[in-house]
Write a protein that binds this ligand. Sequence first.
Ligand SMILES: [Zn+2]
Ligand SMILES: [Zn+2]
Length: 137
Amino acid sequence: MTTPEPHPIEPTATGPACELCGGPAVVHWQRRLTDDEYDAYLAIHQAKRDEQLLLGDPQGAAPTPEPLPLPADCTRAVHGCVNHAIGINAAAHVHAKTCTAPQVDDLPGCDCSPEPLPKPAPEPEPAQLPASWAAPA
Ligand SMILES: [Zn+2]
Ligand SMILES: [Zn+2]
């Protein structure tokens, strides 16, 4: 029996790293998953569903798994360091799965057309009050 080779201990980073240079990240924005990332994410969900079915009570009702996530439900964080960050306004948008930011030539922009911002929720209509509760004019 041989003893395994000792592995050198790598210094561990304390937080996320810049996607471009690997330096400490200070900002992040959202991007849609690439096809490969989405497939890997689906595989995790599918494995969870398979496990739920396997562990379900055979005499009880079959477990009803949650629906699988759609590409439009999924984003991942893209991290940037102090030198490799897109602009704050661009960072407010969700970027396309093909977006390669941060790239030095595109900064402070990127090479995709980000999704439009979601519409703010409409203000609720004020409730009608009894006339005797109306503020004096
Ligand atoms: Zn960087
Ligand atoms: Zn982009």
